[in-house]
Design a protein around this ligand. Structure first.
Ligand code: WT7
Length: 625
């Protein structure tokens, strides 16, 4: 056993676990001396620079930069410099259909494919700084094109493939994308999911070039030889690596911008120190490439570290619930990184874990939402068999890499706690009075300067929105949390109008806008309701002027955003509780759904609405189960 229980709550690494850990024992102490020097040293050691930087960190109010005068190329760091071991596997692609063969691409093969895709992008007129939309499931070409963009200095904007045509259209338009890369179909739960119609609809009357990959030929498209070499474009460290749209507190998604230098440095070192990534280590991050987790830990961090990344096309429970364990076993996965929702789903059906020894596993990671103690213990005992640490990684689209997490050779690993800030990064908690919280006191989680290298640099087309991330010189995460007296953080959930459903981030305003776009609807309020598997589900309170079916509401949300955001419960109400200034009190609605007692209604405009909704929920809820 490599991980030992030190008290009723905590686990600590054994000597052996400490020995194999890639993060030095004194790493926290080293980082504490000077965070800026610490990162500058890591940047020099981990990343290959075309022109070395002389400036490390600079900041004026909310604008900050890392390694500003340095030049580098992200693709060069992920591929070219790893060609000293050309046969080393870079990607293992596993189709959902068990009859289809898996495909392994070596670093050399991936390099050649990326070079060819870069050549194709150039041929299509794509230049440095242009935006390229990628609307694809996790398949080989998604990574090929991401890296091809990085090679020529184009900015990729990956859009989750289950988003609707309208959601894709909004992102293409906001990004002013010059080209769309997509595929004709893919497999999910045994079904063929077609993208062709959605692509057509999304691009109607927009001037945009397209490359549509045939799913049947995945992995075999860019195998031509003798393409001229496309040299990696020397990029400034602060140039934009990519944008990724995410939900905010308004109806409009935000294009979160990441800088090449800081992102490369933190993706590399977080991969090394959190997951012990190195040559011949195989990591399976189950997140879709459409989310930041997929960007950083299914693509950049493993490749920057010369490790092998596993891409799986579909549902890890298809065709049988133990599919994910088969994948771990057959591919000798060392690092398995997934979301608590997926784990709760696996645990619920578990009568199979005892049949798998899973000896290759070294590290288990979770991300996206808090992990409950029960699921943590199941993962530790049934999957890790007590040999692997559970690394609960807290981060966001905006932070680019994991920022709060225990390190495998350091710990402690405490169920439901994410752990300490990554070395060189400082987080704090601000209480209601605006002061630093005491231990165990709940408050707002904020990052303290110097800001972490891969933190957001801007919101695409919206500089005003970027400024809102910062309060009194600190980066506001929008999450509530507390720390224990040893400085381990426990994340409690969002402090704003964002909800996390099965680890996916959605904005209540965006779903409300979709519903109120129906002519029958006057107003809608969306809240998250606790759920045993998904952590949270979407509940909608809808005020109508004409009757409308639940089905129509659901269809509208799917059309405007996608199936992930559809409400699981809908309540038709006569009135929504509001403050005197007209703000809908979602907190009260949530309390009612959770069966809490609602106190102090004195500030409401219409306190009587609360009792009515309470009665309605009581009447309707049994029908919804
Ligand atoms: C939000 C960010 C970047 C990871 C994927 C999600 C929540 C993330 C944890 C965790 C508790 C977590 C926060 C955060 N979150 N990780 N380990 N424990 N909550 O990225 O879609 O930008 O969502 O996910 O609420 O703000 P995202």
């Amino acid at each position: 056993m490599k991980y030992v229980r030190s008290s009723s709550k905590k686990y600590l690494p054994s000597k052996e676990a400490k020995r194999i850990s890639l993060a030095p024992e004194d790493i926290y102490k080293k980082a504490e001396k000077s965070k800026i020097k610490f990162w500058a040293n890591l940047a020099r050691e981990g990343i290959s620079w075309i022109k070395p930087f002389t400036k490390d960190y600079e900041q004026t109010s909310e604008k900050f930069s890392w390694f500003k005068d340095g030049k580098l190329n992200l693709c060069y760091n992920a591929l070219d410099r790893n060609l000293d071991t050309p046969k080393n596997p870079a990607i293992i692609f596993i189709p959902e259909n068990v009859k289809e063969k898996k495909q392994t691409l070596s670093y050399l093969q991936l390099y050649e494919s990326v070079n060819e895709a870069a050549f194709l992008l150039r041929k299509k007129g794509i230049k440095k700084g242009d935006v390229v939309s990628i609307y694809m499931p996790p398949m080989i070409e998604a990574l090929i094109f991401m890296l091809a963009c990085a090679r020529i200095g184009a900015i990729h904007s990956v859009v989750f493939s289950a988003f609707s045509a309208e959601a894709l259209r909004t992102r293409i338009k906001d990004g002013k994308a010059k080209i769309l890369i997509s595929c004709n179909y893919y497999f999910r739960k045994g079904e063929k999911i077609f993208l062709t119609k959605k692509i057509k609809k999304a691009c109607r009357k927009i001037k945009i070039k397209k490359i549509i990959i045939d799913r049947k030929k995945t992995g075999k498209i860019f195998v031509k030889k003798n393409t001229p070499i496309i040299p990696p474009e020397p990029m400034n460290a602060e140039d934009t690596a990519f944008i990724l749209y995410t939900s905010g507190t308004t109806g409009k998604p935000k294009g979160v911008m990441h800088a090449i230098g800081g992102y490369a440095v933190q993706a590399y070192w977080s991969g090394k120190y959190i997951f012990n990534l190195k040559r011949n280590e195989t990591m399976w991050c189950t997140a879709d490439i459409g989310w930041i987790t997929g960007h950083t830990y299914a693509c950049y961090a493993p490749l920057l570290n010369k490790a092998t990344t596993v891409l799986f096309e579909g549902m890890p429970t298809h065709p049988t619930p133990d599919r994910f364990l088969k994948i771990i076993k057959e591919n000798k996965i060392n690092v398995f990184y997934t979301a608590p929702t997926a784990l709760r789903m696996f645990a619920m059906q578990d009568n199979f874990t005892s049949k798998y020894a899973l000896k290759s596993l070294k590290i288990l990671g979770t991300v996206g939402e808090p992990i409950d103690k029960e699921t943590w213990n199941w993962l530790f005992k049934k999957i890790g068999k007590g040999r692997c640490p559970i690394i609960d990684t807290y981060w966001q689209t905006e932070t680019g890499s994991a920022v709060i997490d225990a390190l495998p050779g350091h710990g402690p690993f405490i169920p439901s706690y994410a752990g300490k800030p990554f070395p060189g990064i400082d987080y704090s908690i601000i209480n209601k009075k605006g002061k630093k919280a005491k231990s165990k006191e709940e408050g707002l989680l904020v990052q303290i300067p110097p800001f972490s290298p891969s933190l957001i640099r801007g919101v695409w087309n919206n500089p005003q929105r970027y400024k809102k991330y910062f309060i009194k010189g600190k980066y506001d995460s929008g999450d509530n949390a507390f720390y224990d007296n040893e400085g381990n953080f426990r994340i409690l959930g969002r402090s704003d109008d964002i909800i996390k459903v099965a680890g996916h981030r959605m904005s209540t305003a965006e779903i409300e806008d979709a519903i109120t776009s129906l002519p029958e609807v006057i107003e809608a309020a969306i809240v998250g309701k606790s759920d045993k598997i998904k952590g949270m589900i979407v509940a909608a309170f809808v005020k109508t002027k004409k009757p409308i079916t639940e089905k129509k509401i659901i269809e509208r949300v799917i059309k405007k955003i996608g199936p992930l955001s559809k409400p699981s419960e809908i309540y038709f109400v006569k009135d929504l509780p509001k403050t005197r200034s007209g703000k809908i009190m979602r907190r009260i609605l949530k309390g009612l759904l959770e069966g809490e007692e609602i106190k102090n209604l004195s500030t409401l405009l219409n306190p009587e609405s609360v009792e009515k909704i309470k009665v309605l929920i009581k009447k309707e809820l049994p029908k919804k189960k």
